[in-house]
Design a protein around this ligand. Structure first.
Ligand SMILES: [Fe+2]
Length: 135
């Protein structure tokens, strides 16, 4: 059972950004799977590090998209991204320096960290299907 299943409630109606969000979902699922299989710290570290890295790449692409549509809430959205990056970096550093273990609570935190942001913040820039229909 994957930890997160991508569905339309996570769609922002922008194909490239949906693809990147699906990749993030996949990366969290891979980490979750490795954790539940009892893989060791050395196997999990690169997965967590890769997630932190890809998150930053994705946020840059998303901010670029918001610039192209002149999205008015870009500054607030960017600030939210900075908070999210700080949290995932803190988690990665604590894990890499062996201060914490990856537990189901950590995984649930990562699941909520991603899905809450997409549903509550990202979907605000989503072109609505109604707007598309009305041209
Ligand atoms: Fe975002």
């Amino acid at each position: 059972m994957p930890l997160i299943t991508w569905d339309q409630s996570l769609s922002v109606n922008v194909p490239d950004l949906d693809a990147q969000h699906r990749r993030l979902v996949e990366m969290i699922n891979e980490l979750h799977e490795a954790m539940t299989k009892g893989q060791g710290r050395e196997a999990l570290k690169p997965l967590l590090g890769g997630l932190a890295q890809y998150t930053m790449t994705h946020f840059r692409a998303e901010e670029q998209y918001m610039r192209t549509i002149n999205y008015p809430n870009l500054p607030q959205h960017k600030a939210e991204h900075e908070r999210l990056v700080r949290r995932v970096k803190e988690l990665t550093q604590s894990y890499e320096s062996s201060q914490i273990s990856l537990t189901i609570e950590t995984m649930n935190f990562l699941r909520d960290w991603l899905t809450n942001h997409i549903r509550r913040v990202d979907r605000q820039y989503a072109p609505s299907t109604a707007a598309t229909r009305n041209g």
